[in-house]
Design a protein around this ligand. Structure first.
Ligand SMILES: Nc1ncnc2c1ncn2[C@@H]1O[C@H](COP(=O)(O)OP(=O)(O)O)[C@@H](O)[C@H]1O
Ligand SMILES: [Mg+2]
Length: 851
């Protein structure tokens, strides 16, 4: 490979080390500016590795992140799409049908939440009845992930298992266009799979990454730093071509090339060693007849040719030199975006697909301005896909169109995408990209209305992936679209007010859910209020009630119990009037929770029992489990432990019947807590163990660490400190991979406390210092310093870092200790997941509020 053999060999060396499990770093960043040859390097690597056979041969799969579309960064909102594609390719690649079935089975057992992201799973339904049944069974269950961490962990569990069959090399190109969730998943996966045969090769442009997100920088840069903390990545910089490399390139290109040192030196200097510049410029010289296509002999003085002064101007120059037909075709293509499909272009140019395919291949070969990405699913169905070799090329072509041409072409793109979608039917796995692209081409009120509905569907799909930022991104696009519709409605009376209000209501409701999940209660309450108003204006009382119910839940979550009581009561009255028993039962339970929060536990129990009775009459098993859990918690707080146990047992049985593993995790820890407080420590221990296992199996990693810590606490009380320490070490490893320094610091302090009690002051000191480095502020920092203070003075080699003027007392009961019985933990219900991240946020919020 010209000019990159050292880089190629270095990567292959790392692949070999990974296959032999002798690698220390599992992320490889391939960097270089546009046109340096990153993609070419990745493709060559893929080709080289794909010739390997045998059980030790790695499985190599690759994907690239979506190019930006005019006015809308598609990649940024297509949450986890690159990873979903890799997953699909892993499933497809496995040639052996037997193992393919195994893979799908694996996917549906450890990564159910991903089943609906991967069309191949649906596609396999035809291939084997058994697999079809299996997938259907799990897909029907719709076990949605409850948090991004769980979504990630399921993927990680899948990769871990899949890598037992063969080592995995995952190539992700153009990562400077990746969405935030994908970037976070990279971090979590790299951390968790550090000891597994999995290698991540990530190509990106450092300059684009730095200027991304409106100049704030791509989240990749942060992840890079974090990975650096654990020495997990290495860099491969794609170098500039040297004069010697260029000689090789020219000899490869021109059969009878005669070395021309002056020319080579000049070209390397002018191009900055950029391969795109060089290859494009040689094309220009050939077309102008300045260089012979056979001997590479220069027929005129090369420096007499007009010389572009950058890779981008060489691009513009290329476009000027396209023949009329090719330029016209590519101008049409530019309307679709930097990536375009043969399906759409055929409709735009009114050309048969077959002819178009050969024309595009020729343009690609002759001019090098576009390159094929093979068959891809950009819209509903697959189509051969091309990409401009440079985004700039598309911009220049697009700008060269007349306004009227553009309008007509956008309308055609819109119709083609829409027709395709109508024909395919099920587009659930690709709806986000489809919606965002369709919206970019919509113009008439009718088109915008359709796009708005699809955007709503896309936002929901994004939210089932627990992708917060991307969901809000799609909702923002939907908001713009709806503003446009509102204006259209006033002018054309179309679409109807009812239709617009309904969409506004749904958008507000979903916005509220996202905010609530992240603990932004005030914003959530506001959104739910707006949602209810819009639904009422649309004449949709059932939906309005849904929004009001969510608002009442949020008040309770925010511990604004008086308001929770008032709003739940109001909503309950309305639910009764509308005959909505589901909301009625939910509000009874919510009133119970609010009353319990106010210390009125007896009254709370009355409401919760009423809620349970309603839910039993209606055969609402999910609801019953929730009511039973709340009753159990209330009874526990009254010290009626036996009754509490009975209720949690019933909740657990229901959740087992429902296959709800996240819910089972809650019931199991609730049972363990009650048993522990009744002094039945061995039984409690067994329940903690089961909760660790069930949370592990569904990737509920945040709560798994809670369970591990609970287990450790109990082991310490049982006089088994070594086992306790081992559990805390496991929990710490999980925390490290979650990338939250505050939570990691807290885990370190817990471990340090126990280690100190075992008399190992020097290990304690190391752990505490790590904790302080991660979180010197706040309660954890205070605890850490208090712990340092307890260490024997003579071993104090270094002074403890101080926290400028902090006067907080150590938080009581927060430290891990064998001496104190932990206060009963009021586990939240699974319908209202409150991960540690949120708890941390609430903590900070409280602190600021109280100031
Ligand atoms: N080692 C190489 N030898 C010859 N041509 C190359 C080499 N690497 C890249 N090219 C050419 O340079 C152009 C840009 O390469 P590409 O891999 O797409 O760059 P990047 O992905 O870094 O933007 C392509 O036309 C490619 O064919
Ligand atoms: Mg590239």
């Amino acid at each position: 490979m010209i000019g990159r053999s050292a880089q190629l060999e270095s990567i292959i060396g790392q692949v070999d080390a990974m296959c032999a499990l002798a690698h220390a770093r599992n992320v490889l960043f391939v960097t270089g500016e546009a046109g340096m040859g990153k993609t070419t390097l990745l493709r060559t690597l893929e080709e080289r590795l794909s010739t390997r056979r045998g059980p030790g041969a790695p499985l190599v799969v690759s994907t690239e992140c979506s190019t930006p579309l005019l006015g809308q960064d598609v990649g940024q909102v297509e949450a986890l799409e690159p990873w979903a594609e890799l997953l699909e390719r892993i499933l497809r690649h496995d040639g052996n049908p037997g193992s393919k079935k195994e893979m799908v089975k694996l996917l549906s057992s450890v990564a159910v939440a991903w089943c609906h992201c991967v069309p191949v799973v649906g596609g396999m339904i035809g291939s084997s009845i058994e697999t079809a049944m299996l997938v259907k069974e799990h897909a029907d269950e719709k076990e949605k992930a409850a948090s991004p961490e769980q979504m990630f962990q399921q993927y990680i569990n899948f990769l871990g298992k899949a890598s037992e069959a063969h080592p995995l090399v995952l190539l992700l190109d153009d990562f400077h266009w990746a969405d935030t969730s994908s970037t976070n998943l990279l971090f979590a996966a790299a951390r968790h799979l550090a000891k597994k045969p999995v290698l991540f090769v990530i190509a990106y442009r450092p300059d684009d990454a730095a200027s991304s997100r409106g100049g704030q920088g791509h989240p990749l840069l942060h992840v890079r730093n974090e990975l650096g903390r654990y020495s997990l990545y290495s860099d491969v910089v794609v170098p500039k071509l040297t004069t010697a490399d260029l000689g090789g390139l020219l000899r490869g290109r021109y059969a009878n090339y005669q070395t021309n040192d002056a020319f080579e030196r000049w070209l390397v200097e002018r191009s900055g060693g950029n391969t795109l510049f060089i290859t494009q410029y040689l094309n220009t010289l050939e077309e102008d007849g300045i260089i012979s296509e056979n001997t590479g002999e220069l027929k005129a003085r090369f420096d007499a040719v007009r010389v572009p002064n950058s890779a981008s101007s060489v691009v513009e120059e290329r476009i000027r030199r396209l023949d009329d037909d090719a330029r016209e075709l590519l101008r049409y293509a530019s309307v679709e975006g930097a990536t375009f499909t043969v399906g759409v272009l055929a409709a735009l140019a009114e050309t048969p697909k077959l002819r178009l395919l050969s024309t595009l291949r020729m343009i690609g070969e002759k001019h090098g301005v576009i390159k094929s990405l093979g068959k891809q699913r950009i819209y509903a169905s697959e189509s051969t896909t091309y990409q401009f070799t440079n985004v700039l090329m598309q911009r220049v072509l697009y700008e060269s169109l007349e306004d009227e041409e553009r309008e007509e072409l956008h309308a055609r793109v819109y119709r083609t995408i829409r027709d395709d979608q109508t024909q395919v039917g099920d587009t659930s796995s690709s709806v986000v990209g489809l919606a965002v692209r369709l919206a970019a081409h919509a113009a008439t009120p009718e088109e915008r209305h359709y796009a708005a509905r699809l955007l709503l569907e896309a936002a929901r799909a994004s939210w089932t992936r627990c992708a917060e930022e991307e969901t809000l991104g799609v909702l923002a696009a939907l908001g713009d679209d709806l503003d446009g519709l509102e204006a259209a409605r006033l002018v054309f009376n179309e679409p109807s007010e009812r239709e617009v209000r309904e969409l506004q209501g749904e958008a507000a409701l979903l916005t509220g859910l996202v905010h609530k999940f992240r603990g932004r209660h005030a914003l959530a309450i506001e959104s739910f209020g707006v949602g209810a108003t819009r639904f009422d204006a649309a004449g949709l009382p059932t939906r309005a009630l849904e929004a009001l119910m969510r608002r009442a839940f949020t008040y309770e979550n925010a511990r604004r119990y008086e308001e929770a009581l008032a709003y739940s009561g109001e909503t309950l009255t309305r639910a009764e009037a509308q005959g909505d028993r589901r909301v009625h039962a939910a509000m009874l339970n919510n009133i119970g929770l609010a009353l319990a929060g106010l210390g009125r536990v007896e009254e709370a129990l009355k409401h919760q029992h009423a809620s349970l009775a309603l839910r039993e009459q209606d055969d609402d098993l999910v609801g019953q489990a929730v009511s039973l859990g709340s009753i159990g918690l209330a009874l526990f707080s009254l010290g009626r432990n036996d009754e509490a146990l009975a209720h949690h047992q019933r909740a657990l049985a229901l959740r087992e019947e429902l296959g709800d593993r996240v819910g089972q995790g809650y019931s199991l820890t609730n049972l363990a807590n009650v048993l522990a407080s009744s002094g039945r420590l061995d039984e409690a221990l067994a329940f903690y163990r089961r909760s660790v296992e069930v949370r592990d199996s569904c990737g509920d990693v945040v709560r798994q660490t809670d369970s591990l810590e609970g287990e450790a606490r109990l082991l310490a009380r049982l006089g088994r400190p070594a086992d306790a320490i081992e559990r805390l070490e496991q929990a710490l490893r999980l925390r490290e991979a979650l990338g939250d320094p505050r939570a990691e610091a807290a885990a370190l302090v817990r471990l340090a406390t126990l280690v100190l009690e075992q008399g190992d002051a020097s290990r304690c000191r190391r752990l505490v210092q790590r904790a302080i480095a991660l979180a010197s502020e706040g309660a954890t920092g205070d605890e850490a310093r208090a712990l340092l203070g307890r260490l024997p003075v003579e071993t104090a080699a270094e002074p403890a870092p101080t926290n400028g003027g902090s006067t907080h007392a150590p938080a009581p009961g927060a430290a891990f200790s064998t001496a104190t019985t932990p206060p009963p933990r009021h586990a939240a219900e699974p319908a209202e997941p409150l991960p540690w991240l949120v708890q941390a946020a609430i903590w900070v919020f409280d602190k600021v509020e109280r100031r």
